[in-house]
Design a binder for this molecule. Structure first.
Ligand SMILES: Cc1cc2nc3c(=O)[nH]c(=O)nc-3n(C[C@H](O)[C@H](O)[C@H](O)COP(=O)(O)OP(=O)(O)OC[C@H]3O[C@@H](n4cnc5c(N)ncnc54)[C@H](O)[C@@H]3O)c2cc1C
Length: 462
């Protein structure tokens, strides 16, 4: 039986619509959808529904609205801001049966997909046709395109290729009444009506439910070169990031790992990382072979001028993969150290990275907490990661204060609360600090206008 705010008649309606086997009301099933990848307490949904077609998805939305029941749409649940926790109970709607790649258009360079398509699957399918879908969140082997668009996910290639919003050409979504709304198009240019794709990217399931997304594809780079630069001080590494950007070189990827993260990753996989290094920069330049050769030389030179002891260039695909695997291991390796892993994504203008790194070191000392820092340094997007144990109340209070201090410092440095993980539940209380009360009021009026009963992912973002 569904609990606690779902009427039996609604469950029967769902079952008649999608089939009884795709409506879950048992306690174990509901528990499985009470949490996501954020370190936040779980909240049980009333029931879980898995529509099998976009038409069914639209009907599920209108049924929830008719009954005034909260609806939380969920892709893979990998978000790190509590975006899929059913804070007010209600219905969790899964998109994992909506996995059709409807079209890959090689003439006009776009793909049309359903929201439950796994990011890496799309990337692989377009690669088979000699095309490239660049957004590559670290979670890409499980995360969905619907979740990526709703969070405006970034990835390792964000510096040069941008983030999900740069690839969204069109969206189709259900409004709260289950009507199909369309924004954008398959054309390169489109200024018809309001910029609905712009509004919906990053809307975290609070303004509508995606049913189809049109994504821009591009030709892949002809060649790439990856390198690893070793630094004896994290300040030197962070100054190097700023120097590479200031030299007007745009690597595809420019990632930072501090000593704590290096040691943790090394004991996780034994990849041969220099555990004595204070920091590493993992860099990839790509493009035309001549440009790549030129950029690689300049990057290496800038690294050495800024104090890098060694710069190792990958000689083949195996060595290149090893570099990127080390980066991809950072979060899973850190997460294994302690029961609770609080991963933040405070982001600052690139020139402010050295100041932000210094702030993180001060915060780590002041609150007596280990903070592993890694991230997309080339975007100014750092992932300070605090390892803790939610059961230790005293330490968790320090963690809360440290997190608040991290955001305060980031905003003071002209930065932002979130580079890519969204606001969700996790950061709602810091929002006013960055945007002010009037902006929150504007967001709330917008939300109230499109969702008067406040059923679409209530309690999130604002
Ligand atoms: C190991 C790891 C590495 C990560 N690395 C990165 C990274 O490099 N870059 C990055 O940006 N993020 C990263 N993330 C965070 C996360 O993977 C992204 O936010 C991702 O976009 C979430 O996709 P998802 O399918 O899991 O969405 P979910 O977590 O299921 O949902 C996320 C939000 O989208 C909404 N949503 C989902 N589907 C729809 C839909 N059809 N219509 C409307 N709203 C919808 C949900 O309601 C929710 O608010 C990482 C997470 C993990 C665990």
């Amino acid at each position: 039986m569904a609990q606690p705010n779902i009427q039996d008649s609604l469950v029967r309606d769902f079952a008649a619509l999608v089939g009884a086997e795709f409506v879950m009301t048992g306690e174990a099933d509901r528990y499985a959808y009470s949490y996501d990848a954020a370190a936040l307490p779980p909240v049980m949904p009333g029931c879980v529904v898995r529509p099998g077609s976009t038409e069914e998805l639209g009907r599920v939305v209108s049924l929830c609205n008719h009954h005034g029941v909260p609806l939380i749409v969920r892709g893979a649940g990998t978000n790190l801001s509590g975006g899929t926790i059913p804070q007010h109970g209600g219905v969790v709607v899964l998109t994992n049966r909506l996995t059709r790649i409807v079209e890959i258009n090689e003439e006009d360079l776009y793909a049309v997909v359903e929201p439950g398509v796994i990011t890496a699957r799309l990337a692989a399918e377009v690669a088979k046709r000699g095309l490239f879908y660049p957004p590559d969140p670290g979670s890409q082997t499980v995360s969905t395109i619907g979740g990526n668009v709703a969070e405006n996910a970034g990835g390792l290639r964000g510096l040069k290729y941008g983030v999900t919003k740069d690839y969204v050409m069109g969206v189709e979504f259900f409004d709260v009444e289950g009507q199909l709304i369309k924004g954008g198009s398959k054309t390169v240019k489109c200024v018809t009506g309001l910029n609905l794709p712009g509004l919906m990217v990053g809307s975290e399931g609070a303004l509508g439910v995606f049913s189809r997304i049109t994504l821009r594809l591009i030709p892949p780079p002809q060649s790439a070169r990856s390198m690893m630069a070793v630094f004896a001080s994290i300040r030197a590494a962070s100054e190097t990031v700023a120097a590479i950007i200031a030299a007007k070189i745009l690597p595809a990827t420019l990632e930072l790992m501090d000593n704590f993260t290096i040691r943790t990753v090394e004991s996780f996989r034994r990849a041969g990382l220099p555990t004595e290094a204070a920091a590493l920069l993992l860099i990839e330049v790509d493009g035309h072979p001549a440009q790549v050769a030129d950029d690689a030389v300049k990057v290496e030179q800038i690294c050495r001028e800024n104090g890098s002891e060694t710069v190792t260039v990958a000689r083949n695909a195996e060595e290149r993969n090893a570099i990127w695997q080390a980066r991809r291991d950072a979060l899973p390796a850190l997460a294994k150290l302690k029961p609770t892993c609080v991963l933040e994504d405070a982001t600052v203008p690139r020139s402010r990275i050295p100041a932000m790194i210094q702030a993180l070191q001060e915060i780590s000392r002041e609150y007596r907490l280990p903070i592993g820092t890694f991230g997309h340094a080339g975007d100014g997007n750092l992932h300070p990661t605090i390892l803790t144990d939610r059961r230790d109340k005293e330490e968790m209070e320090r963690v809360e204060r440290a997190v608040a201090a991290i955001f305060e410092r980031a905003v003071a440095l002209d930065g932002t609360l979130s580079g890519e993980h969204g606001i969700g539940i996790a950061k709602a209380r810091f929002l006013e600090q960055e945007v002010g009360a009037a902006t929150i009021g504007y967001n709330q009026r917008l939300k109230a206008a499109v969702d008067p009963k406040n059923i679409l992912n209530p309690g999130k973002m604002v």
